[in-house]
Write a protein that binds this ligand. Structure first.
Ligand SMILES: NC(=O)c1ccc[n+]([C@@H]2O[C@H](COP(=O)([O-])OP(=O)(O)OC[C@H]3O[C@@H](n4cnc5c(N)ncnc54)[C@H](O)[C@@H]3O)[C@@H](O)[C@H]2O)c1
Length: 258
């Protein structure tokens, strides 16, 4: 049976670990050709080699998504290694959590450079090829922070709200050329990023336990659960899904008094 992503040439950012790596693994299992990008070159090279050893078509480049020139170069390498990308998953992101008045200008800049401008740098690098080829898919990994706010996590949710805005803007702009642009909003996912968040509290174990109780099902997502939603959204199984956001949070954001 053909894989659900047969014929997809997918660029995944932030692919060295966490959700991005899970997306790479799930997509590879469904027949996609992959070009993986991460700024952690050593970790990325090791994971890419491991995936390649399973027999899949996997190339990679160490690049920082905030560097537009480096991303243009990486997409050129992707084109020569796996063919012109017809799918992009903008996954790389970082937590930048402050009480607003304690935020420095440097941290504001870092937050928006990575969580918003980085996704634009990558989108801008692949869109001309997608338009010329008659279509493509861009999937932005947003967050429930894209439509809700946790106090003292400023300005991360502001950047994620903006990422949702960019999803809608680009989705409308290029729908006529066959490009679909959507966002996926996970709640909490068990990755290094989540561990670092719990470790930022005086009692990390209590912080983790408190996170679990926020969730109607008493647990948070695995990276694979997010990757499977990303698979559906990147495949040709939802051709009319565009300029929208799919929430995958176990019901977290529906609770009125979490
Ligand atoms: N983990 C969660 O609970 C959670 C919840 C909602 C949304 N998200 C979003 O999912 C995405 C992935 O999160 P994760 O938990 O897997 O994170 P992670 O920290 O486990 O992995 C992120 C990867 O992105 C890379 N990266 C960071 N900045 C980069 C840059 N400037 N250029 C290139 N690579 C860069 C890192 O090196 C790392 O390998 C992020 O956009 C995050 O905001 C995560």
């Amino acid at each position: 049976m053909a894989g659900r992503l047969e014929g997809k040439r997918v660029v995944v950012t932030g692919a060295a670990q966490g959700i991005g790596l899970a997306i790479a693994e799930v997509f590879l299992g469904e027949g996609a050709s992959l070009f993986l990008i991460d700024r952690d070159g050593d970790l990325l090279a090791a994971e890419a080699a491991r995936l390649r050893a399973t027999g899949g078509r996997v190339a990679h480049a160490s690049a920082d998504i905030t560097d537009a020139d480096a991303i243009e170069r990486a997409v050129a390498v992707a084109t020569s290694e796996i063919g012109r990308p017809n799918a992009l998953v903008n996954n790389a992101g970082v937590n930048v959590f402050f009480e607003p008045l304690k935020l420095s200008d440097a941290d504001w800049q870092r937050c928006f450079d990575i969580n918003l401008k980085g996704a634009w740098n990558c989108s801008r690098a692949v869109l001309p090829g997608m338009i010329e080829d008659g279509g493509g898919v861009i999937l932005n990994i947003a967050s429930t922070h894209a439509f809700t706010i946790i106090p003292h996590t400023f300005p991360y949710p502001v950047a994620k709200h903006a990422l949702l805005g960019m999803t809608k803007a680009l989705g409308l702009e290029y729908a006529g050329q066959g490009v679909r642009v959507n966002a996926l909003a996970p709640g909490y996912v068990r990755t290094q990023k989540a561990v670092e968040y719990w470790n930022s509290f005086p009692d990390p174990v209590a912080a983790e336990a408190a996170t679990m109780t926020l969730h109607p099902g008493g647990r948070i997502a695995t990276p694979e659960e997010i990757a499977k939603a990303a698979l559906f959204m990147t495949s040709d199984e939802c051709p009319f899904m565009n300029a929208t956001c799919l929430t995958v949070d176990g019901g977290l954001s529906v609770l009125h008094h979490p």
